[in-house]
Ligand binder design. Structure first.
Ligand code: ATP
Ligand code: MG
Length: 270
C-alpha cells in the first residue's frame, strides 16, 4: 500500500471532506498488526534524518493540522520518537501576539521554517489564518479569501529554496472527538488537557469542516501536498504518517557530503 498515493489530495481534482472516512485503516486490523511496521518506519526515519542533517543542504517541513483532540501532540510523540533532537524542532502556533498581529500573517511562520539540514514540525500553522480566523470572522472574508494564493506562493518559494513541505490533516469524526473529550474528563492524568473552550468550538464543527475542505483543496499542490489521514484510530494515524514522512525523505535524494580531504591518506599523530 502506497500511503502517499492513497491519502494525498491531488491538485486540481477537487476535494470533498465528507468522502474521507476518518475510521479507515487501509485493511490493517489491529494495533498489533501495525506495530512492527511502525517500528520499521521509525527506524527508517531516524536513519534518513541523520543523512539530512549530515548533508545540510535541504530541509523538511511537516505541517500538522486537526480539530481539537485530533492527535497532533500524540503524532509528534509517537512518530518523531527516535529522531535526533538536535536535528528537529517543533513549533506550536497559538493565537498571535500583538507583535505578530502587527505584521503580515506569514511573518511568524517564516521565522520558524527549518534551516538546512533540519526537520521542522508545525503544530498548527499559517493554515489557522484560513481556519479559526475564517470560522470566527476574525478578519473579513475579503482578507482571508486572498490568503490561499499567498500561502501557495509562500510555499512555492520555500520549495524552490530547498524546503520540502508536507501537510497532514488528522481527520477524526465528531463522535471520536466527543469520546476523546470524555476520556480527558474521566482520567485525572488528562485533566490538564481539558479546555472548556475546545468544547464550545464543537458547535462550529460544520464550519470548520468547510474551512478545512477549502484550505486543503486550494492549497494541495505539487510542491506542498496535503494528506488527509484517517485518524480515529491513533495507531493507524501513526503508521500512515511515519510511512509518508519516511517516503518523502527517501525521495529527497539525500547524500552524505564528500569528505573535505582524502581520508585514506590521513595519519593520526601519536
Ligand atoms: P492545541 O490545542 O494545539 O493542542 P494548546 O491547547 O496547547 O494546543 P491552545 O491554547 O489551545 O494551545 O492554543 C491554540 C489556539 O490558538 C487554538 O485555539 C488556535 O485556533 C489558536 N490560533 C492559532 N493560530 C491562530 C491564529 N492565527 N489566529 C487566531 N487563533 C489562532
Ligand atoms: Mg487547545
Amino acid at each position: 500500500m502506497d500511503f502517499r498515493k492513497e491519502y494525498r489530495v491531488e491538485p486540481g481534482k477537487g476535494f470533498k471532506i465528507e468522502r474521507a472516512d476518518p475510521g479507515d485503516t487501509a485493511g490493517y486490523k489491529s494495533k498489533e498488526e501495525a506495530r512492527e511496521k511502525l517500528a520499521e518506519n521509525r527506524a527508517k526515519l531516524a536513519e534518513l534524518q541523520h543523512k539530512l542533517f549530515a548533508e545540510g543542504k535541504q530541509a523538511l517541513l511537516v505541517v500538522l493540522q486537526a480539530m481539537d483532540a485530533g492527535g497532533k501532540d500524540g503524532t509528534i510523540r509517537h512518530v518523531m520518537r527516535g529522531v535526533n533532537p538536535q536535528g528537529c524542532r517543533v513549533t506550536s502556533f497559538r493565537a498571535p501576539s500583538d507583535e505578530e498581529l502587527a505584521h503580515d500573517f506569514l511573518w511568524r511562520i517564516h521565522k520558524a521554517v527549518p534551516a538546512k539540514g533540519m526537520i521542522g514540525i508545525f503544530n498548527r500553522s499559517h493554515y489557522e489564518d484560513v481556519l479559526v480566523v475564517r470560522v470566527h470572522d476574525i478578519v473579513p472574508k475579503k482578507v482571508w479569501s486572498r490568503r490561499y494564493d499567498m500561502i501557495n506562493d509562500f510555499e512555492k518559494m520555500l520549495g524552490r529554496n530547498g524546503v520540502t513541505i508536507i501537510k497532514f490533516y488528522l481527520h477524526i469524526s465528531k463522535q471520536e472527538q466527543k469520546a476523546r473529550f470524555q476520556d480527558r474528563i474521566e482520567k485525572p492524568e488528562k485533566h490538564w488537557k481539558v479546555n472548556p473552550k475546545d468544547f464550545d468550538e464543537r458547535k462550529h464543527w460544520d464550519d470548520y469542516m468547510q474551512a478545512f475542505e477549502d484550505a486543503i483543496e486550494k492549497c494541495s499542490t505539487r510542491y506542498a501536498p496535503w494528506y488527509v489521514i484517517p485518524s480515529d484510530k491513533k495507531w493507524f494515524r501513526n503508521l500512515a504518517i511515519s510511512r509518508i514522512i519516511a517516503d518523502t525523505l527517501e525521495d529527497m535524494d539525500l547524500r552524505f557530503p564528500e569528505p573535505s580531504c582524502d581520508v585514506t591518506e590521513l595519519v593520526i599523530p601519536d
